[in-house]
Design a binder for this molecule. Structure first.
Ligand code: PRP
Length: 216
């Protein structure tokens, strides 16, 4: 398992704006799109490629590469907060196939004495057929306990894709440890590993409820 904590200033700049309580709904969504696009390109840089030659308009040959893994990308969007984030990922990975998982945490059931496993309702799932050549990217900007992500990984793991990536913006230390232990074959892309989860299941310092801030 590889953990990519992406720390380029442009990513931290947009994340800082997202964390601020003063950012409005439209800017919040736009920043998630921007982060999705940049993380998407970071993901592309890890894919397999081959050397090729191309002929230029001047009739000369140039050496180059072709990233053939781009032909087999499947993005899974975990609603709702991943919607603008996936819009950004698709700008970097325009040929991707797309699946969705609608999941909701039953936050009222979180007990004091956290962290515990938050019950998660998965009430819709539509995922295209997964092939052994696929790079599956499961996208969710916020990973708190990891319960939602755990269900998403389990929904595709038996199809044995070439690789499984998690694309996120913030992951809690607790969620990270839990996912790493249970799914050591999964690689994680994130911008920040935040230290705490409160007794309502919110990441601290976090950025609040990403779904609500993006969509009301
Ligand atoms: C949030 C977030 C993740 C999930 C993470 O969604 O976007 O999907 O919680 O929590 P976990 O790691 O503890 O499972 P939420 O359930 O609030 O739904 P929403 O995006 O529709 O608001």
């Amino acid at each position: 398992m590889t953990l990519y904590v992406l720390s380029k200033p442009i990513l931290l700049h947009f994340l800082t704006q997202l964390r601020s309580k003063n950012i409005d709904q439209i800017s919040f969504r736009k920043n998630l799109v921007k982060l999705g696009r940049i993380i998407g390109y970071e993901i592309v840089n890890t894919l397999d490629y081959e050397s090729i030659d191309v002929e230029t308009p001047l009739g000369t040959k140039a050496k180059g590469i072709y990233i053939y893994d781009l032909e087999n990308i499947l993005i899974i969007s975990i609603l709702r907060a991943a919607t603008p984030f996936v819009e950004g990922l698709l700008k970097a990975l325009p040929t991707a196939r797309l699946g969705v998982i609608a999941a909701s945490r039953k936050e009222k059931e979180v007990q004091v004495g956290y962290p515990e496993d938050i019950p998660v309702d998965v009430y819709y799932m539509k995922i295209p057929q997964v092939s052994h050549k696929d790079t599956v990217i499961i996208a969710d900007p916020m990973i708190a306990t990891g319960s939602t992500m755990r269900k998403a990984i389990k929904s595709i793991v038996n199809s044995q894709p070439k690789r499984i990536y998690i694309a996120s913006v913030i992951i809690s230390e607790y969620g990270l440890k839990r996912l790493m232990e249970e799914f050591p074959f999964v690689d994680i892309f994130t911008i920040s590993v935040d230290p705490e989860i409160d007794n309502r299941g919110f990441i601290l310092p976090g950025l609040g409820d990403a779904g609500d801030r993006a969509f009301g």
